[in-house]
Design a protein around this ligand. Structure first.
Ligand SMILES: C[S@@+](CC[C@H](N)C(=O)[O-])C[C@H]1O[C@@H](n2cnc3c(N)ncnc32)[C@H](O)[C@@H]1O
Length: 388
């Protein structure tokens, strides 16, 4: 079976020190998949058992055996998640060419272990039947907009790019609709996991994971926290033959890779961004790269966007220090430009786009547990903008 997963990005050769940094990022991510189980027992169940043992006897009696049984069940579910992640890591080692000798691996940071936990929830968002409601609001809207632009007979000629593709479901579903589709990601968590889900699952409902066990707040019932999810709800292996030629994935930063597109044939008919714009340090750079990577002939390039404005680097910016001379001392990487939506919209227009559809206030969630007692709900924006 031909692999439809990650292929190397067309960026220039890296220097030796960049290679070393890249290898560290890869191996520490793989490590964070391997240590998931140990870390989860250590951070989630162990401290709660320890806290229980410090309670007054009457309180311990009230909570026993319910609470201890619940924590034991969480421990068992952690083990099942851990087994799945170890399998993913094994494929990752081979396909991303990590050293086989674990002594050459970089240790995982607690940030990366956190990312592993949130990746498990993202698997639920992208690859489970339960995630379909959440996906429908964003991915569904995008696919409907695409299908309105292009009749089925034309779709095999239409090139669609999905930057910040996460675990690849939208890019994959776009390929299944008959378009030429390319996902792009720079996070090793996303690349390793999407490679596994896209290329190494063999049947629907093949694996069981427990995405909700990591959070002890907003839990309506113990059973909800321990809810098992079967993945994948749609198995790419069954679509391989038809999509192998029209689906690809690139690894690397969107701005690095797609700002270099020169030939018209390599430009994109559509670029679609979902929960992505606010990951920019400088959202204007994203807008420029999107503009530059879209087809040039007038009125043929479209940008379809959905998402909130939860600017990812706002906190970093807020915590940058000011020197005694009154100068901000953050590094260039620390910049964060956070345009309010009205300014963002007028900036997109100034950068050469015309809105054909512009909807605001669309209630949407991200990897949310719909049975939880509390969730973040975003008032997202959706647009279809034409490159003028
Ligand atoms: C909030 S997630 C959204 C993922 C997916 N679009 C979804 O809706 O589930 C944003 C994704 O963009 C990726 N990302 C952020 N900056 C990127 C860049 N410069 N190049 C490629 N991917 C990037 C992150 O790794 C992350 O997976």
């Amino acid at each position: 079976m031909e692999s439809i997963g990650v292929r190397d990005s067309p960026v220039e050769a890296r220097t030796e020190s960049e290679d070393i940094l890249e290898q560290r990022a890869l191996t520490s991510t793989l490590n964070s998949l391997l240590v998931y189980g140990k870390a989860a027992h250590y951070n989630l169940t162990k401290p709660r058992l320890a806290a229980l043992s410090r309670l007054p006897e009457r309180h311990q009696e009230l909570l026993t055996p319910f609470y201890t049984d619940h924590l034991a069940a969480i421990d068992r579910a952690i083990d099942i998640n851990a087994e799945f992640l170890r399998l993913v890591a094994r494929y990752g080692v081979n396909e991303f060419e990590a050293p086989q000798d674990l002594r050459e691996w970089e240790g995982a940071t607690s940030f990366q272990v956190d990312q592993t936990r949130s990746s498990v929830k993202q698997i639920y968002r992208d690859w489970s039947a339960e995630g379909a409601t959440e996906r429908e609001i964003c991915y569904g809207r995008i696919i409907r907009a695409l299908n309105k632009l292009y009749i089925p007979e034309r779709r095999s000629q239409v090139r669609v790019l999905v930057p910040g593709a996460g675990l690849g479901r939208l890019a994959y579903d776009i390929a299944c609709e008959g378009y030429v589709s390319q996902g792009n990601e720079f996070s090793y968590h996303m690349l390793i996991l999407s490679n596994f889900l896209l290329n190494h699952t063999t049947s629907e409902q093949q694996f069981t994971i427990y995405p909700f066990l990591h959070s002890f707040s907003h839990v309506s019932t113990a059973a909800n926290q321990l809810r098992a999810i079967r993945i994948p709800d749609k198995c790419p292996a069954t679509f391989h033959t038809s999509t192998a030629t029209n689906f690809s994935f690139t690894a690397g930063s969107f701005t690095d890779i797609y700002s270099k597109v020169q030939d018209e044939a390599d430009r994109w008919d559509v670029i679609t961004t979902v929960f992505f714009l606010d990951t920019a340090h400088n959202v204007l750079e994203y807008i420029d790269v999107i503009y530059q990577a879209l087809k040039n002939s007038e009125g043929t390039g479209y940008w379809i966007n959905f998402g909130p404005l939860l600017y990812h680097f706002e906190e970093e910016q807020n915590s940058s220090s000011i020197s005694s001379a009154g100068m901000a001392t953050d590094s260039p990487n620390g910049i964060s430009i956070e345009l309010p939506l009205d300014y963002l919209i007028s900036t997109v227009e100034k950068c050469g786009f015309e809105f054909e559809i512009l909807e605001t206030g669309i209630k949407s969630t991200y990897a949310a547990d719909e049975r939880a007692m509390g969730n973040w709900v975003f008032d997202s924006v959706f647009w279809v903008a034409r490159k003028k």
